[in-house]
Design a binder for this molecule. Structure first.
Ligand code: HEC
Ligand code: HEC
Ligand code: HEC
Length: 196
């Protein structure tokens, strides 16, 4: 897994080790991060985080010209983990991404939810096209990642944690799966009640 972050790999091992039998709901509840829960309504502060320079060569003469992460992210809404909630940022108009380089094209937004029911003891998954097509084109997913037909793709968490299917983006450029079960698994059914 060359492009996986260590935390994701650990999360995947932990998940795989205990998920295949019972206790999935308690696992999901346990995945609620205890310490940062209070930041769900917060926004990103303007101060620099100590680790924000790990991606940069600070000895590069042009480093001073780079906009720093704390400058570009200041004021953006945070999720319950304390990371930027990009859907909220988009919805509130805090960011307005362009459809193309020149800013002349419009995104082709598709308002179609697909509910996925192979979720064992977990709430069903909703795949929201509207959330995705505000910044991704159909060709980002169809047909290379997903056949565009409800139920045509066989998915499970081990494959997602390994960086395929939803995991092509989630855990990489989109929100982390391990701490956000309920953002995908959001349709309670039968005995299973919402815990979030
Ligand atoms: C990015 C979206 C997403 C997130 C976040 C997510 N899942 Fe899933 N999950 C899926 C999809 C998609 C499926 C397959 C559904 C289908 O094929 O009908 C699935 C299936 C499952 C299944 C049944 C298949 C299997 O792997 O055993 C379980 C159990 C499950 N998820 C548990 C979890 C738990 C626990 C969490 C949080 C730690 C979680 N999921 C977070 C998208 C997600
Ligand atoms: C982020 C990935 C992604 C993007 C972008 C995306 N789709 Fe999908 N699409 C999916 C997934 C996942 C499914 C469900 C597949 C399944 O259930 O196995 C789906 C299903 C579909 C279906 C089948 C619906 C049904 O009821 O059978 C159609 C049609 C479709 N997409 C069209 C589009 C079009 C048109 C666009 C662009 C406007 C688009 N999709 C963009 C992931 C995506
Ligand atoms: C091609 C990249 C890509 C793939 C593949 C993908 N997503 Fe996403 N997804 C995104 C991006 C980008 C966002 C918005 C950024 C964020 O929320 O972190 C997003 C957001 C979401 C949201 C948040 C909606 C909200 O309103 O908060 C859900 C739910 C979601 N994805 C579910 C899924 C599921 C389920 C799958 C697999 C069936 C999937 N995604 C596959 C890129 C992707």
């Amino acid at each position: 897994m060359p492009n996986s972050r260590p935390s994701t790999v650990l999360a995947a091992i932990f998940f795989l080790a205990i998920s295949f039998d019972h206790g999935l709901l308690s696992l999901a509840r346990a995945a609620e991060p205890p310490s940062k829960a209070a930041s769900s309504t917060g926004t990103r502060p303007a101060e620099a985080l100590p680790e924000q320079n790990i991606f940069y060569d600070t000895t590069n003469p042009d480093y001073a010209r780079l906009q720093k992460a704390n400058e570009s992210l200041a004021g953006l809404p945070l999720d319950k983990r304390g990371l930027v909630d990009w859907m909220k940022a988009l919805g509130s108009g805090a960011i307005t991404p362009r459809a193309d380089l020149t800013g002349t094209k419009k995104m082709e937004i598709l308002n179609l939810d697909v509910v996925m029911k192979h979720t064992k003891e977990m709430p069903y998954v909703t795949f929201p096209h509207a959330a995705h097509t505000q910044w991704l084109s159909c060709a980002n997913c169809h047909d290379k990642i997903f056949i565009p037909k409800a139920g045509a793709n066989t998915m499970d968490m081990s494959t997602i944690f390994r960086g395929q299917q939803c995991g092509v983006c989630h855990d990489r450029v989109a929100f982390e799966t391990f701490f956000s079960c309920e953002r995908c698994h959001n349709v309670p059914h039968g005995e299973i009640k919402a815990w979030w």
